[in-house]
Design a protein around this ligand. Structure first.
Ligand code: TTP
Ligand code: MG
Length: 392
């Protein structure tokens, strides 16, 4: 009977998203190294690249000059964000045909609750296969799918066999799946936490598991320690749906002319942090995660996040972390089109995620579009299309 109540969460992520769209639109690019981002000879970075280009060691956020040094013969393209946003919507709507409970997590990834679909559709493996095939047939893109008892396992499973992966982890396989993984695969393990773990000689999840909750909390704070402790045991949320209430508070500035002066960026960040702090205080919210957002002149967008020891809505604290993230971002000196700062993961709010209960038909579509709006907002479609028109 227990089986009846167990949850199956699926995570889907499109392979080399921007580059795959380009290869789909231009068949002559297929099977070749394609790099989307800045053009060689300019200052800027790689947004993403095809798997053929990854063989040369090219990666997201790498300076374009370095990518060019590694593979001068690659096809270098500027991003076409309007097209990617349109395709993203197609992906999300197609996923809505598989299950009514779809939560877009970024422009090319989503969590899907597939619990209870076994009777209709088949085993989790069959649902995963069908999903990949449907996305390929309807949207034309390859994806990687992970399925597991919760969000963490689903996400790690989809990352496990990229590209074109399909990995299903049953509850009794979770520990064997996690144990050999480097701790850097876990959520919230940025450079700081990673350094702290290395100092404790913790490199794998199995090693992490030998440390008590108290030990981990001593080193990584009460929340951070708990999060590591839980993840090492495969404990995570299995909720999928729209989030109840606000997920984050953020403010951003778009410059008329790309900004490179660190002092001016610093002043902007300080002002933005103050606005964020002000709104948060009015709402009675404190965030545990500070996010810095940077958009470069080619519209590629990068975020850097840090979890802070104690949830905060203090301007100076938010600014301090954001500025630090900027200094360590690798983007100092690059022309910046937009800079933003936000806080999320509320530390002092009892508001819980509100699962939407399998709505159907029009209502379901409306909810999907509402979620999509959030995705679009995150990637700033309005500004992107205006900017592209101006430039092209
Ligand atoms: P990802 O899913 O992280 O990367 P990807 O789809 O290109 O490759 P894969 O999933 O196979 O590893 O990101 C989705 C898209 O978002 C990516 O195609 C380009 C864009 N992007 C940025 O603009 N900035 C970034 O820092 C990253 C990582 C991606
Ligand atoms: Mg992807």
């Amino acid at each position: 009977m227990a089986e009846l109540h167990s949850k199956w969460i699926m995570h889907l992520d499109i392979d080399a998203f921007f580059a795959s769209v380009e290869q789909y639109d231009q068949p002559e690019y297929r099977g070749k190294p394609v790099v989307v981002g800045a053009l060689p000879g300019n200052r800027g970075v790689v947004a993403t690249c095809s798997y053929e280009a990854r063989k040369y060691g090219i990666r997201s956020a790498m300076p374009i000059s370095e990518a060019y040094r590694r593979c001068p013969d690659a096809i270098y393209l500027r991003p076409n964000m309007d097209r990617y946003v349109a395709i993203s919507q197609q992906v999300m709507i197609t996923l809505g045909d598989i299950s009514p409970v779809v939560e877009p997590a970024s422009i090319d990834e989503a969590y899907i609750d597939i619990s209870g679909l076994e009777r209709l559709t088949g085993t989790p493996e069959e649902i995963g296969r069908l999903t990949k095939l449907t996305i390929l047939e309807k949207v034309g893109l390859n994806s990687s799918v992970g399925i597991g008892p919760n969000r963490l396992i689903a996400k790690l499973a989809s990352e496990h066999q990229k590209p074109d992966g399909l990995v299903v982890i049953r509850p009794d396989q979770v520990q064997d799946f996690l144990d050999p993984m480097p701790v850097s695969n876990l959520r919230g393990v940025g450079p700081k936490t990673h350094g702290g773990l290395q100092q404790l000689d913790i490199y794998t999840v199995e090693q992490l598991r030998t440390h008590s909750l108290e030990q981990l909390q001593k080193h990584f704070g009460s929340k951070g320690g708990q999060h590591l402790y839980d993840q090492a045991r495969g404990i995570a949320s299995d909720r999928v749906g729209t989030q109840g209430g606000r997920q984050s508070i953020s403010k951003e500035t778009t410059f008329n002319q790309d900004e490179t002066d660190p002092q001016r960026l610093r002043e902007h960040l300080r002002a933005l942090a103050s606005e964020v702090g002000y709104i948060a205080r009015r709402k009675g919210l404190k965030g545990k995660v500070v996010t810095l957002k940077i958009r470069l002149e080619d519209f590629t967008t990068f975020t850097r996040q840090r979890t802070i020891d104690e949830a905060s809505n203090v301007d100076g604290k938010i600014f301090g972390v954001a500025w630090n993230l900027y200094q360590q971002s690798g983007f100092t000196g690059y022309p910046v089109r937009l800079i933003g700062v936000g806080i999320s993961e509320w530390g002092e709010s009892s508001r819980q995620d509100d699962l939407f209960d399998t709505p159907d038909g029009k209502e379901r579509e409306e909810k999907l579009y509402t979620i999509l709006d959030d995705v679009v907002e995150k990637f700033g479609k309005g500004k992107i299309s205006m900017g592209l028109k101006k430039k092209d």
